[in-house]
Write a protein of this length. Structure first.
Length: 112
C-alpha cells in the first residue's frame, strides 16, 4: 500500500468479514479457505482443511464489525467484531494481512 493507494481498505476488510461469515453460516469450507493467508495455506493443505473436523467450527453469527485498525507500513490490519455464539454475545479480534493484493485472515487462532 502506497500513499497513492486510493482504495477504501476499511470497506474492503468489512466486506471480507461479511463474506467469510456468510460462507461459514452455510458451511462452505472451500470459500472459508479462500479467505485465509498464503502462510496458513502452506501450513494446512486444502484437502486437510476440507476433511478435518478441527476446521468445521461454528464461527457464530456476525452481529457487527466494531472497529478496523490498518497498519499500512506492515500491510496488516486488525478487526474487532461482535458475534453471537452459543447464545452469548462475544467480542473477537481478527488479524488480517495484505496478501497477493487482497486482505486475508492471518491467524490460525481463528480456527481454534
Amino acid at each position: 500500500m502506497s500513499k497513492y493507494d486510493l482504495r477504501d481498505h476499511n470497506k474492503w476488510i468489512r466486506d471480507t468479514i461479511t463474506l467469510f461469515y456468510e460462507a461459514a453460516s452455510i458451511g462452505n469450507r472451500l470459500e472459508i479457505y479462500s479467505f485465509t493467508s498464503t502462510a496458513f495455506q502452506k501450513r494446512v493443505s486444502l484437502n486437510y482443511f476440507l476433511i478435518h473436523e478441527k476446521y468445521g467450527l461454528d464461527f457464530g453469527y456476525l452481529m457487527e464489525v466494531n472497529d478496523i485498525n490498518i497498519n499500512k507500513e506492515n500491510h496488516s490490519a486488525d478487526a474487532n467484531i461482535t458475534i453471537k455464539k452459543n447464545g452469548k454475545i462475544v467480542q473477537q479480534n481478527i488479524p488480517f494481512i495484505m496478501d497477493f493484493g487482497g486482505w486475508k485472515i492471518d491467524d490460525i487462532m481463528v480456527f481454534e
